[in-house]
Write a protein that binds this ligand. Structure first.
Ligand code: FAD
Length: 471
């Protein structure tokens, strides 16, 4: 028997239910354990996965190959193309071995179809396909109201989630012990290709990533509640890329948080409690995604908002993508995204709001653009964030609450340091001019504002009023 740990968004050896269970089963039954990763660049493209995220995955898989070698678990890293091709890989393995396949469940549509197809293929070979619901601490579907319904609002969801945490605690799987070394002849598959190295600034060794997480919990989390809103400060964990592909798990983050911030982690509005809330938002959006599969087809959660008559001006969209809107905070943020593959959360909210409520462009254009650039691109969080900002989602910002990009800039980048860093044309401006350089005569080739915020705001209110009236 061959126990196959089919890795996807769980690229780690600590707290990996799938790996630990396969190893334990192997020790008991004498089955040989291997890990498997199959790259699917065609499907990644279909999902608009950013090249920098693809590179991070490729680098991480190669690194994990070395890490698992110390456990005597070979990682078969295969260069595939699309999900459709994956059952054939298992059929080929199944010609030589009786298969027991271990996977972590995924909730997006194509991923569920892919897993069902592989499940059937493995079953047809008399093998077993075993799923573990470990992407979240509380598996999607498990946090419900007393009536058994899914929560549509975050605060009661969080309350119920915390009650479950109190009841069950949080536990992590130990890294498996080395398994017996076996000489194994595996079929030949095309080996995983190297990436373009665009993610080189992001470490990929598991110990390095765990160190980052531990250092954040030890040194930064106590100030998180205030520091997290200022993009010029490194006040957040920057773990999103690793959580998205599972180099670190949410359970590991919370276990460490409890340890480092034992006396404050449940204190209302302490840094630790606010950070915990963000990890619960991550779970909330995955719960919502599983319960409302239409979201995966990019439908708005509030159905009436599907009728909003967006202007979808391609020139304005291009100005937004390029960071050339004439609104410094928006432009600095978009340039951060384009240059680094990551954007600060406050700026994701500001730029998303600006695209939808100042430029009147369909939120799905922005959702897609973000996905194509983000190193931490995650369907549930990205869709949830966009629908929140566009006021089309569950527990979204009310449509009449419209960010003023200039006051947001003055509030969250008070000295203009972040703007000056990413918009060199404005680097010499001092004082308030950096937030609104127009008329200062020193704009240095910096574009004039592409819209008037006051006018744009009125138009947004009218667009929403039109669909709300009919609903
Ligand atoms: P921290 O502040 O340290 O938070 C810790 C972790 O909690 C994050 O790493 C992330 O896993 C989770 N988290 C934090 N905020 C949220 C949130 N609002 N929703 C869900 N999970 C959250 N996050 C992604 O991981 N992938 C995305 O594709 C993504 N797209 C977004 C799009 C928009 C329009 C918005 C408004 C938010 C989006 N977010 C996304 C959420 C959030 O902006 C990022 O998770 C955060 O900026 C990552 O930085 P960090 O790791 O330093 O976060």
């Amino acid at each position: 028997q061959l126990n196959v740990v089919w890795l996807r968004n769980d690229l780690r050896s600590f707290d990996n239910a799938v790996l630990s269970s396969a190893a334990e089963d192997g020790a008991r039954t004498g089955a040989v354990v291997i890990a498997l990763y199959i790259a699917t660049p065609k499907t990644w493209q279909l999902h608009d996965m950013a090249p920098i995220k693809q590179d991070l995955i490729r680098r991480r898989v190669k690194q994990l190959q070395q890490e698992l070698a110390t456990l005597n678990i070979p990682l078969l890293a295969v260069e595939g193309s699309s999900y459709q091709q994956i059952p054939a890989v298992f059929k080929q393995l199944g010609q030589h071995f009786l298969l027991k396949v271990f996977v972590q469940s995924e909730y997006e549509l194509r991923e569920q179809q892919r897993d069902n197809a592989v499940d059937q293929a493995v079953l047809a070979l008399n093998g077993q396909f075993i799923r573990f619901d470990t992407q979240c601490i509380m598996p999607p579907g498990s946090v419900r109201t007393q009536q058994g319904d899914i929560y549509k609002v975050f605060t009661p969801f969080k309350r119920s989630w915390l009650a479950q945490l109190k009841q069950h605690g949080v536990s992590c799987y130990a890294r498996p012990k080395p398994v017996a070394q076996v000489e194994l002849k595996l079929p030949d598959f095309p080996p995983l290709k190297a990436g373009d190295n665009s993610s080189a600034e992001w470490p990929v060794a598991e110990q390095d990533v765990l160190q980052l997480m531990r250092a954040f919990c030890r040194e930064k989390v106590q100030d998180y509640q205030t520091a997290r809103d200022f993009p010029a400060i490194e006040g957040t964990s920057k773990l999103s890329a690793y959580l998205a592909i599972g180099v670190v798990s949410a359970a590991q983050c919370i276990a460490r948080l409890q340890l480092e911030a034992a006396d404050s982690w449940q204190q209302d509005k302490s840094g630790a409690e606010v950070w915990l809330s963000e990890l619960i938002w991550r779970e909330f959006y995955k719960h919502i995604l599983l319960a409302y599969p239409d979201l995966i087809k990019h439908q708005p959660f509030q159905a009436e908002t599907a009728a909003i008559r967006w202007s979808n001006n391609p020139l304005l969209f291009k100005a937004w993508c390029d960071g050339m809107t004439g609104y410094p905070i928006v432009d600095a943020a978009m340039r951060q995204l384009n240059q680094t593959g990551w954007m600060h959360n406050r700026l994701r909210m500001i730029t998303a709001s600006f695209l939808v409520k100042d430029l009147h462009i369909d939120w799905r254009w922005g959702e897609r653009y973000f996905m194509s650039k983000l190193i931490d691109g995650d369907f549930a969080a990205n869709n949830g964030g966009w629908q929140w900002a566009a006021s089309t989602g569950t527990d979204a910002a009310p449509y009449f609450r419209i960010f003023n990009p200039v006051s947001q800039s003055e509030k969250f980048d008070p000295n203009g340091d972040f703007i000056r860093f990413y918009v060199p044309q404005l680097s010499k401006l001092q004082g308030k001019a950096v937030h609104w350089p127009h008329g200062a005569g020193t704009a240095n080739g910096y574009p004039a504002p592409v819209v008037d915020h006051g006018e744009a705001r009125k138009h947004t209110l009218a667009l929403f009023a039109e669909v709300k009236k009919k609903a």
